[in-house]
Design a protein around this ligand. Structure first.
Ligand code: NAD
Ligand code: MG
Length: 360
């Protein structure tokens, strides 16, 4: 097992990464204020892992209230949040009852927001079971739900007590979900750590085969990068924006193609290729580096070109993007592999050329 700490002063917390952690209640017990927890999960994850976790806690006299939600992004809503509150109140969960999120990013975001607001805040533990949740959504403290008018529009910054990333849970993950998580892993190399990108190029096959040491290293390094960025900029005033590499174009692809048709990770991969190409056109990145990015995405089972929505549609979808400040689109671009930066100064011609060139 490896452990790293997210350094946020009095709200610092550990992330444990390793195999078989669901069978180690000793990792959880020190973080409980009361021998009672509510485990929030969904109908896909519950049959796989709920019993294991419940049994290992019950053996240590921890009472478990299970809350099993329907599976899917379409349930990341106010209505579902309310069913969590219903269950917590019905079972008389108290201010010291810890909420445990057992599942992917949807469960983590919902449970975190429930924990932030139930009784004005109760303790919260993340047990992420998708690669995306292990490297991204469980770290950083963003929680929330979708609104019919926009994704992740209602929520809170709320840090967990502990994150447990059990790499064994990835064995049941569909390959497409694994690839979607790899898109965010590759992002960390691209924005911050060229040596990690090199390592990913050398180890991508092992990662897709879930080689334990490789996957644990990738999760660890990804969490380190995210934790470092978040520690320097918890509430997203500057540095944290780099984590959105590929996401401005990516969100345009997701909404332009109709939500759910492209995986978020797939859209981020294609969006990053566009960002890399814009960077190359601006003379910031070489053709060879753009090629390396595309090859790695292909090897990770991800797209390396974007869908042809048309320049107009792209511009329109990006204009609606949440990260727009004062009417100008801010892009995350690359000064080569491992060095991202934010700018609003992107020549329209370069943007349009990229949107015409790197599409299918
Ligand atoms: P998800 O939670 O929908 O999980 C993907 C699918 O895998 C689901 O069907 C889920 O039930 C299933 N699943 C989960 N674990 C499994 C396992 N071990 N074996 C088999 N199936 C399993 O999607 P996700 O990609 O984990 O997360 C996406 C969500 O995360 C989005 O709602 C996004 O907005 C959010 N997110 C949040 C942050 C943040 O900072 N809070 C960051 C990135 C993404
Ligand atoms: Mg993302």
């Amino acid at each position: 097992m490896q452990t790293l700490t997210v350094d946020l002063g009095s709200r610092s917390y550990p992330i444990h990464i390793g195999a078989g952690l669901l069978h180690q209640p000793g990792l959880i017990l020190p973080h409980l204020a009361q021998r009672r927890v509510a485990i929030v999960t969904n109908t896909t994850v519950a049959p796989l892992y709920l019993q294991t976790l419940t049994d290992s806690l019950a053996l240590n006299d921890v009472e478990v209230v299970p809350i099993v939600l329907p599976d899917g992004e379409q349930y990341k809503t106010w209505e579902t949040l309310n069913t969590i509150f219903d269950a917590l109140l019905t079972h008389r969960c108290e201010r010291k009852t810890t909420l445990i999120a057992l599942g992917g990013g949807v469960i983590g975001d919902l449970t975190g927001f429930a924990a932030a607001s139930y009784l004005r805040g109760v303790p919260f533990i993340q047990i992420p079971t998708t690669l995306l949740a292990q490297v991204d959504s469980s770290v950083g403290g963003k929680t929330g739900i979708n609104h019919p008018l926009g994704k992740n529009m209602v929520g809170a910054f709320y840090q967990p007590q502990l994150v447990l990333a059990d790499t064994d849970t990835l064995k049941t993950l569909p390959p497409r979900e694994l690839s979607a998580g790899l898109a965010e892993v590759i992002k960390y190399g691209l924005i911050y750590d060229a040596a990690f990108f090199d390592w990913l190029e050398a180890n991508i096959e092992k990662l897709r085969a879930l080689d334990h040491d490789a996957i644990a290293h990738a999760i660890r390094r990804s969490c380190e990068v995210k934790a470092e960025v978040v520690a320097k900029d918890e509430r997203e005033s500057g540095l944290r924006a780099l984590l959105n590499l590929g996401h401005t174009f990516g969100h345009a692809i997701e909404s332009g193609m109709g939500y759910g048709n492209w995986q978020h990770g797939e859209a981020v991969a294609a969006g990053t290729v566009l960002a890399a190409d814009v960077s190359r056109r601006m003379g910031l990145m070489s053709e060879a580096e753009v090629e390396r990015v595309r090859i790695l995405y292909r090897q990770a089972g991800l797209p390396d070109t974007a869908p042809d929505l048309g320049v107009e549609a792209y511009m329109q979808h990006m204009g609606l993007d949440k990260k727009v400040e004062g009417g100008r689109i801010r892009f995350v671009l690359l000064r080569g592999i491992g060095a991202a930066f934010v700018t609003a100064e992107v020549p329209q011609a370069d943007l349009e050329a990229a949107l015409t060139h790197y599409v299918q």
